[in-house]
Every structure is written in structure tokens, then in C-alpha cells.
Design a protein around this ligand. Structure first.
Ligand code: TYD
Ligand code: MG
Length: 457
């Protein structure tokens, strides 16, 4: 077998024939490490997969003769997980579950195996002993009959185990501990992570069995080792949450079999992850109603509306360049909202620091939260609290207009359900409602008009 020494960036996976202090691709420092590239890795993985098999050469066939995927999905029974996956687990698919260490990935994977006896799951652990898995399982008090466990880190052996008839689904926890003996680099290196994942991916496809890879995330938030992994797998699920809070959000960052808008919400409890079926209640449970600088927005997360508190703190700056900080929302979006407030409302924010935070560690990419963000900033700036029963919906345009948003009925319904009796929304969305029967709906087409009604003196 022909081998060659290359240098691979442990951050982005880029390779180069020469060492460099700074990665030429992503610009990170001290991430290039020496790796041995195995020339025939594809051929060897094919060999691992096809031993005992004959006639594996593929011939071109007519598309009309290709059998339809019967789309049969394995339902895990955990609704929050099934929805995030796009409606259960696809047979023959490979899913990466990424997240910070300690966030609950192993717990989620183990819980997924409960009640799946019919699918014959196999949990391969490279991080924990079988005893540790056992003690976690007893803590969860679920039905684990039919679940097999295996302590193994050699990916070739894992494929061997996958070939057994009594295994239908495999979890490899974690991909960073797995290795292929052909490759000289240490487990966790880009080369090992990539080759092990590629092998398990091929095994998933050829054996038509579902595979889950667990991967730790680096502090920068990318899945360790590398972006290369994200291209290999069918689905990337990110398990997120703040350590200090008990709830966790499962997000599909990539999904070949479904939408990437869906999220699953869980709460880590003493006996495992509990599904949170009404996320708004959780996110509003620690609300600071009556304080200035907070506003409630009705955002959409995938197909579900979620009510969340936006917090803003506006304070005189002690620096020449005032600070702006956005946690849980896009930084540039915040800058745009501040610019609109300065220009259209004449708010003098140039000498003030502005901090904005989406409470509860949620991240929102929904422009409909703009109006709430603006209201929270003005509320903090003027030190005037927004009425506790007010929820805000609306995107802000550069001319200071309040723009229509999608899914207006769902947002309004959710806010009503949670007892909000004054709901600000874009005028352009009002045609969906009857003005006579909905006096609690307050339409606005200009941000000035909207904000005067909630934080005006
Ligand atoms: P774990 O699933 O091991 O995280 P990961 O695989 O992502 O590293 O979960 C780790 C944390 O979850 C650990 O700090 C203990 C906590 N935990 C609970 O609070 N309740 C439970 O029932 C379980 C199993 C874990
Ligand atoms: Mg773990």
C-alpha cells in the first residue's frame, strides 16, 4: 500500500504537502499536523465491506428500473427526536450527533435505543465502559431489552459487528475514539475521523442499516476534526444548550431526508432527557416581566411557534467605540436594528453600549423578532418597562417600516394561548384577522408608531 505524508488542519480538514504555522485554508494557527495518507483507502474500505461477497461490480442501470426507496422510517417514539430527524430514522442512513462534551449526547442515544427492540440496536462505546453504560441505563429506567452493547474502537470490527443479522441500527460513541488500523494517525485526527466515518457510511448504505455517529464539538462550535464529516453524513444533528440551564435543543444542521428548520426541545432531569412539548412555557418561565429592557417575541422554530423573552441592556459607554453584543441572534441584524433606531427614531445610541440576549440560550434566525429586539433596546434606553401582557411580532425594514412576516396565525395563536392580551403585529399581516373581533391585535406599519404604543411615555 502506498503511503504519503501530508499535513492536515485539525480545524477545517484542509490538507497541504508542506507544514505551515497558519492553515492556508481557514487561517487558524498551529492546527496543521502530520498525517499519513493512505492512497488506497477507498479500495481497502471496499475490501472490508465486500469480503465474503462476490460480483460487487456495479453496472449502469436505467433510472426507471431503480427500486423506489420505500421510505420506511424507524420511529423512535421520542417525538422531539423523530421530528428533528424529519419523521423518524431512515434505514441505510448515517447521522452525526454533535455537541459539547457533557451536553447529553450519549444519554439521548441510549434513550433512543429504548423500545427499539424490534430494530435490534447495537451501542458501540469507545469512551465509556460497558458498566458505565449499564449504570446510565438503570438511571433512565426504560425498557432496554434487545439492546446490544460493544466496547470497541476499531472501525473495521464495528463493520464486522454490523454485518450480523441481529443488528439493525448502530451507534458509534464517539467517532473521535474510533480508528482504522490501516491509518497511522491517532484516533481523533482528521484522517481517522474521515476514514472511519467514510467506512461506516459505506457500511450503512450497503447493509441498509442506520448508523449514528456521536461527535464532540470544539470550543469554536465546529464538529471536531472537521467539516469533512458534515459532507460525508446524511444528517447532522446538533445538541445544544447552556450548561447552567437544564434544557437542551436538538437542531438539524443538515438533513438529506427532511427539513433543517425543526428543533427538538428536551430537559435534562435526574432520570434522563424529558421531552418539552410546550417550549414557550419553558422559555418564558424565568421571565423578568415588569423590568425595563425585556420584550416577548413570537418566533418560529421550524413548524412551531415559540414565545421567547428578548433582553437588552443599554448603558453609557466608557469607550470611544461603543460595544454591541448579540447573544442568540445575528450580530449584523442587531447593528441594522440599532442603525434604524438611530436614524428613524433619532435615538442617540452612539455613546451607549448595547447588549442583546435571547433568554434561555435559544438562537433565533427569524426576522420577525426584530420588532421585539427594537422594543427591548428602547425600553432599556428609556428605562420604561413594556407591559407584561404584550407580545411583539414584526420584521424591521431599513426605512423604519414594519414588514409582514410568515406564519402569522400560528404566532398569534401561540401568544393568545399563553395569555398575551396585547399583540403587536405588522399592518400588512392584519388582513388575516377581523379588526372588530380582535381588539387585542395592534397593527403597525411604522416602527415609530409600534414602539410609541409599547414604550412611549
Ligand atoms: P452525557 O449523555 O454523558 O453527555 P455527552 O455524551 O454529550 O458527553 O450526559 C452528561 C451529563 O448529563 C452529565 O453531567 C450527567 C447528566 N445526566 C443527568 O443529569 N441525568 C441523567 O439522567 C443522565 C443520564 C445524565
Ligand atoms: Mg458521551
Amino acid at each position: 500500500m502506498k503511503t504519503k505524508t501530508i499535513y492536515a488542519c485539525q480545524n477545517c480538514g484542509a490538507t497541504s504537502p508542506r507544514w505551515a504555522g497558519k492553515c492556508p485554508s481557514c487561517g487558524e494557527w498551529n492546527t496543521m499536523t502530520e498525517e499519513t495518507q493512505v492512497k488506497q483507502s477507498a479500495a481497502t474500505s471496499r475490501r472490508v465491506l465486500t469480503e465474503n461477497r462476490t460480483n460487487t461490480r456495479q453496472k449502469p442501470i436505467l433510472l426507471t428500473e431503480v427500486e423506489q426507496d420505500n421510505q420506511e422510517r424507524i420511529m423512535t417514539g421520542i417525538a422531539e427526536l423523530d421530528r428533528t430527524l424529519g419523521g423518524g430514522i431512515m434505514r441505510g442512513s448515517i447521522t452525526l450527533v454533535g455537541g459539547d462534551p457533557g451536553i447529553g449526547k450519549s444519554t439521548l442515544m441510549l434513550q433512543m435505543c429504548a423500545n427499539l427492540a424490534a430494530v435490534q440496536p447495537l451501542y458501540v462505546t469507545g469512551e465509556e465502559s460497558l458498566q458505565q453504560i449499564k449504570s446510565r441505563a438503570s438511571r433512565l429506567s426504560l425498557d432496554f431489552s434487545g439492546l446490544r452493547v460493544l466496547a470497541e474502537t476499531n472501525a473495521d470490527e464495528i463493520v464486522e459487528a454490523m454485518r450480523r443479522d441481529d443488528v439493525g441500527l448502530v451507534i458509534a460513541d464517539s467517532i473521535q475514539t474510533m480508528f482504522r488500523p490501516d491509518i497511522e494517525s491517532a484516533p481523533g485526527s482528521v484522517a481517522q475521523v474521515r476514514e472511519c466515518s467514510a467506512l461506516l457510511m459505506q457500511a450503512a448504505k450497503t447493509l441498509n442499516k442506520a448508523v449514528f455517529l456521536v461527535g464532540h464539538v470544539t470550543k469554536e462550535g465546529s464538529i471536531a476534526g472537521p467539516k469533512v464529516l458534515e459532507h460525508i453524513v446524511d444528517t447532522v444533528l446538533q445538541f445544544e444548550g447552556e450548561r447552567i440551564y437544564s434544557y437542551r435543543i436538538l437542531r438539524a444542521a443538515k438533513n438529506r431526508y427532511g427539513s433543517t428548520n425543526e428543533i427538538g426541545v428536551f430537559e435534562m432531569s435526574e432520570d434522563g432527557l424529558r421531552e418539552v412539548t410546550n417550549p414557550s412555557e419553558v422559555f418564558l418561565s424565568q421571565r423578568n416581566a415588569g423590568e425595563s429592557g425585556t420584550a416577548v417575541v413570537a418566533a418560529m422554530e421550524g413548524s412551531r411557534p415559540i414565545l421567547v423573552e428578548v433582553q437588552a441592556l443599554v448603558t453609557p459607554s466608557s469607550y470611544n467605540v461603543p460595544q454591541r453584543s448579540a447573544t442568540g441572534l445575528d450580530y449584523r441584524r442587531l447593528q441594522m436594528i440599532i442603525a434604524v433606531l438611530e436614524k428613524r427614531l433619532g435615538l442617540a445610541l452612539g455613546k451607549h453600549d448595547v447588549f442583546v440576549n435571547i433568554a434561555g440560550g435559544l438562537r433565533l434566525d427569524d426576522p420577525a423578532v426584530d420588532l421585539g429586539v427594537a422594543a427591548a433596546i428602547v425600553s432599556s434606553f428609556r428605562d420604561v418597562a413594556i407591559q407584561a401582557d404584550t407580545a411583539l411580532i414584526g420584521e424591521i425594514g431599513l426605512t423604519g417600516e414594519v414588514r409582514a412576516v410568515v406564519s402569522i396565525e400560528q404566532r398569534v395563536n401561540e401568544a393568545q394561548k399563553l395569555g398575551f392580551s396585547s399583540i403587536l403585529l405588522p399592518e400588512a399581516n392584519m388582513k388575516r384577522f377581523s379588526r372588530e373581533t380582535s381588539p387585542h391585535l395592534k397593527p403597525a406599519d411604522r416602527i415609530l408608531q409600534a414602539l410609541l404604543s409599547v414604550v412611549g411615555e
